[in-house]
Design a protein around this ligand. Structure first.
Ligand code: DX5
Length: 231
């Protein structure tokens, strides 16, 4: 079974003074889930959402929340983000010396676990934890900020992760997400390479025709790219 295309907005470009309304607007626009870019000012040179901010937005939408934990010590606050309403926690392999144990810990909290790979981190990093995760995130920018240029050089890694998932028999259970610089000009390459969950921030909020138009256009472009997968 091919995993369905999902459009996951990053709320990084949203109006932080109205996050409840913003997540409600994203749900109305037809997104599939919401990604919270959690940054601690140490793992990346930016500081964003604590668990209480996410908890405040939680009642305003029925969509699943995933926390992209761009933080040095994800084990320390994993439980707080699950309590805040995140059903998936994405940890960076680069921040987890005991990645296998961290992923087991997340599962023990009742959330699903996922691994993010920075651009220089090899796909093989997740080879021995595919049984513990429901998503691999291949970063297509260096983490920390929205609005960066898509790294097309990550497409071979996307293909490699997709092949790894298929070869391991986990292709039906594990999503392949990409994050960074995803828009109408780049979504086809990422999708054709094997991504099925597309995170977008700037591309959604800069569409003059609004969020709904942007979501529909991205979804259509991803679906069209599926018809022409990489050879
Ligand atoms: C980087 C962030 C961004 C964000 C999406 O740490 O994770 O990639 O979610 O930003 P855009 O879509 O504006 O590149």
């Amino acid at each position: 079974m091919v995993r369905p295309i999902q459009i996951a907005p990053s709320v990084l470009p949203a109006d932080f003074s109205r996050l409840g309304e913003e997540v409600a607007a994203l749900e109305a626009a037809g997104v599939d889930l919401i990604q919270w870019d959690v940054m601690d000012g140490q793992f990346v040179p930016n500081l964003t959402f604590g668990p209480d901010v996410i908890a405040a937005a939680r009642p305003h939408t029925s969509l699943p929340f995933e926390a992209h934990l761009m933080v040095h010590t994800p084990d320390v606050m994993a439980e707080r983000y699950v309590e805040a309403g995140c059903s998936r926690l994405i940890v960076h392999a680069e921040a987890c010396p005991h990645l296998h144990r961290t992923l087991e810990h997340i599962a023990s909290l009742g959330a699903t676990a996922a691994v993010a790979l920075n651009p220089a981190t090899p796909a093989a990093t997740v080879e021995h934890v595919l049984d513990l995760i429901d998503l691999v995130l291949v970063m297509t920018v260096n983490p920390g900020f929205g609005g960066q240029a898509y790294l097309e050089t990550m497409e071979p890694k996307i293909r490699e992760v997709r092949s790894m998932l298929t070869a391991s028999g986990r292709g039906d259970a594990v999503d392949l997400e990409v994050d960074g610089g995803i828009g109408l000009q780049t979504i086809a390459g990422a999708t054709a390479a094997g991504a099925n969950v597309l995170v977008a921030g700037s591309a959604l909020y800069r569409d003059p025709e609004g969020l709904g138009h942007a979501v529909d256009a991205l979804r259509a472009a991803a679906a069209a790219a599926r018809e022409r997968p990489d050879d």
